[in-house]
Design a protein around this ligand. Structure first.
Ligand SMILES: C[S@@+](CC[C@H](N)C(=O)[O-])C[C@H]1O[C@@H](n2cnc3c(N)ncnc32)[C@H](O)[C@@H]1O
Length: 295
């Protein structure tokens, strides 16, 4: 990421989330009335006022795939988080939060403390746009650059911000792992484990390594775009190596699914077939009781 500029990819995904409102009702999996404002206030107002006339745009090939993919990606995480909250969980960390507005849009989080960690430039822009919209997020904000500041310091900084590291935490790492180096991934997982008391969970999205090393024609075009805005894709796991990688960092893999398969679970078939992404994946991991917390 560039030091002084807010994340552009965070704005792309936030806008795509709100564009889900243009899909047919059976394909709307997430309601996010905030996302478009992070791409452009004009676009956001247009979307609010002209929703019906804009509906055909959501069916444009390519754009529809992107919007549907974002609905599935965010919904699988929302569902895992809801299940964990129903089980009594009360602390959530959004790592690389970007313009994720779960703290505002999910009523289930009213009883939870939400901590948002992100790059200073992105977080500052988020706060300023939410203030302009008159939205008062209950989140606790922490700024961090995952590549520049030692990740082993982050658990203490989160504790100073109010996170109780002796109580379980649900950490969300959505759309972030692909932008980090191998070293930052390793350091981040060890840091997450350090604030994950038994009963904690980690929900993340990741790229299968093949998406980085052998991209298709369309993926090469997307890779060029994210590279051009200063946020190149760098990292992936092969699904086979993920369980052992997590175990070495004292996490147990609970679920690992391709977004393409999650799409068939969540969307009508004729919509799901557009999310043909075997190499974009969701994983849920648990911090088991039996393993001591790493420091
Ligand atoms: C594609 S966005 C995803 C944002 C959000 N999680 C979502 O799904 O809406 C990637 C996020 O990772 C953050 N990020 C990437 N590299 C980072 C770094 N080195 N330090 C801190 N944040 C970083 C960006 O600021 C951005 O918010």
């Amino acid at each position: 990421m560039r030091d002084d500029s807010p994340s552009r990819t965070a704005a792309f995904v936030a806008a795509a989330r709100q564009l889900g409102a243009l899909l047919p009702p059976s394909a709307q999996l997430v309601e996010d009335p905030y996302g478009a404002a992070f791409a452009s206030p004009v676009f956001s107002r247009l979307l609010e006022r002209r929703q019906d006339s804009l509906r055909p745009f959501a069916l444009i090939p390519g754009l529809s795939t992107w919007i549907l993919y974002m609905q599935v990606r965010t919904r699988v995480i929302d569902d895992a988080l809801r299940a964990w909250i129903e089980g009594g969980g009360r602390q959530v960390v959004l790592l690389g939060a970007g313009y994720d507005c779960r703290a505002l849009r999910m009523p289930e989080l009213a009883s939870a403390e939400v901590f948002e960690v992100d790059h200073p430039a992105t977080q500052a822009r988020k706060k300023s746009i939410l203030t302009r919209m008159g939205a008062r997020s209950p989140s606790h904000y922490v700024t961090w650059d995952f590549e520049q500041r030692p990740m082993e310091d982050l658990p203490d900084v989160l504790a100073e911000a109010g996170l109780d590291v002796k109580r379980p935490t649900f950490t969300i790492w959505e759309g972030v792992t692909m932008y980090l180096t191998d070293a930052a991934i390793d350091a981040s997982l060890r840091a997450i484990r350090a604030w994950s008391a038994p009963g904690s969970q980690l929900a993340m999205t990741y790229f299968a390594k093949s998406r980085i090393t052998r991209p298709s024609f369309v993926t090469r075009a997307m890779k060029a775009v994210v590279g051009a805005v200063g946020e190149p894709w760098k990292f992936g796991w092969t699904p086979d190596e993920l369980p052992a990688y997590l175990e070495e960092r004292e996490f147990r893999l609970v679920r690992d699914i391709a977004m393409a398969d999650a799409a068939y679970e969540l969307l009508p078939t004729e919509m799901a077939r557009h999310v043909a992404s075997p190499d974009r994946r969701f994983a849920l991991a648990a911090a088991p009781e039996s393993i001591a917390v790493v420091s």
